[in-house]
Design a protein around this ligand. Structure first.
Ligand code: NIG
Ligand code: FE
Length: 424
């Protein structure tokens, strides 16, 4: 298939974009993309490719932006129930970590998740995934973390593997048994930390090798924060995970600076995520490393807080910056990367071009897939979007409506435009 006449074709070619280099879109006017066997076969001007490949089925993208599918590298997609009641409490002044310490927050979702059947969890997560897909996310990371006991955590992994298998989105799966202290260990956080290291991680490692032998091991993540896992416990968990061969991620500095970002660098983690209260020393460490700095602007927005990731400082330090939604029932039930871009432009000082690069090639790097997705280059998977706008800056500028017209996933075209109709 030949997609041609794109008013703007954003290739994002050239690999992850570090520091002030962020924002190189590789823009071609009147561009075209040739797709063969689920992959991108050629990229060039419409005139060139139409002449070289006559008789190819075509998709006319005139008046539209064509760009890589969004990669959302941080979500907590699989959960039971909802927390609409806590949203109301927070808007009336209650604090997120206090609700958690009082047995609500993550723990209330844990209760609802433990009692939900795998079919219910799959059905609810599938509808979230389809909304993400319609908004242009073609690959998403998805964490467990609302089980906090071995059996339920394995159920969540199993559900995520099934959803990955079923498509259309590709998933990058993460084990987040260290999302909160399990309620059974409320007064013994070190006991739960030891359980993760001595029991859960070895079981997950073995389980994965039997249930998903063709896939490499999932990421292991830790919520390094006051009232969750302190720095020493985070180090204990991530070191054990590394020993077992898991790739690593960390939640760091969402509310307090505990040094999680430097720990991520020290252990060679793929990414350090949140990064709101990050110290200058931690930012410098990230800037000298290959650990991707993942910012989640939907989270402070969702909590009606005013501190966002200091993106300018992070770019000045030379970091690889990415964006994600953090989609979860507590702080940010947001299924669209378009809204993360809107917030990053307004509250983090990114330009639309920087926010787009942070949501495609750099977010692919945050899940270690920048060699396969995140840009439109020959050989890469044919995951791309046709936007119903003629200028990429409409991303960021406009909010509250979906700008995606078509999603192309592994070369298959899915129409998103709802259109309008009138009954007789
Ligand atoms: O990334 N910080 C920890 N996890 C989520 C929130 C999860 C929840 O509240 O259910 C986050 O913000
Ligand atoms: Fe998170």
């Amino acid at each position: 298939m030949l997609i041609h006449s794109a008013t703007q074709l954003l290739t994002l070619q050239g690999g992850p974009q570090r520091g002030r280099d962020l924002g190189k879109l590789g823009l071609l006017e009147n561009g075209a993309v040739l797709i063969r066997d689920e992959k991108i076969a050629a990229v060039g001007s419409s005139a060139e490719l139409r002449a070289a490949y006559p008789g190819e089925p075509t998709l006319d993208a005139s008046g539209c932006v064509v760009m890589p599918g969004f990669v959302d590298p941080h979500t907590h997609l699989i959960w039971g129930g909802d927390r609409a009641n806590e949203f109301e409490m927070k808007m009336a002044g209650a604090k997120y970590l206090d609700i958690l310490a009082a047995g609500g927050g993550i723990i209330s979702t844990v209760r609802a998740t433990r009692t939900a059947s795998i079919e219910t969890l799959i059905a609810q997560t599938r509808s979230r995934l389809l909304r993400m897909f319609a908004c242009g996310t073609t690959t998403a990371e998805a964490k467990t973390g609302y089980g906090l006991q071995t059996a339920t955590e394995l159920r969540l992994l199993k559900a995520l593997l099934r959803l990955d298998d079923e498509g259309p989105l590709d998933l990058a799966i993460t084990f987040l048994g260290a999302h909160a202290i399990a309620p059974e260990y409320k007064d013994n956080p070190q006991g739960y930390t030891d359980l993760i290291c001595e029991t859960m991680l070895p079981i997950v490692c073995q389980w994965w090798q039997t249930h998903a032998p063709r896939l490499s091991l999932p990421f292991v993540d830790v919520f390094c924060e006051n009232k969750a896992f302190d720095l020493a416990q985070s180090r204990q968990i991530l070191s054990k995970a590394r020993e077992l061969g898991f790739p690593l991620k960390i939640h760091a500095d969402e509310f307090d600076n505990l040094g999680g970002a430097s720990l991520a660098v020290e252990l060679g983690a793929a990414s350090a995520d949140h990064l709101v209260k990050t110290s200058d020393a931690d930012i410098q460490a990230l800037g000298k490393s290959d650990t991707v700095a993942v910012s989640l602007p939907c989270t402070p927005f969702g909590l009606a807080e005013h501190n966002y990731t200091p993106a300018r400082k992070i770019l000045d330090a030379g970091c690889i910056l990415a964006l994600a939604t953090d989609c979860n029932p507590g702080t940010a039930w947001c299924e669209t990367m378009q809204f993360a871009i809107v917030l990053a432009c307004r509250y983090m000082g990114l330009s639309p071009a920087q926010a787009i690069a942070a949501s495609t090639i750099n977010s692919a790097q945050a899940i270690c897939r920048a060699d396969k997705i995140g840009s439109i280059e020959p050989g890469k998977q044919a995951d791309l979007l046709v936007l119903s706008v003629p200028d990429y800056r409409h991303l960021g500028y406009r909010f509250g409506t979906n700008l995606v017209k078509q999603v192309v996933k592994r070369g298959r075209v899915y129409s998103v435009d709802v259109g309008y109709y009138r009954t007789a």
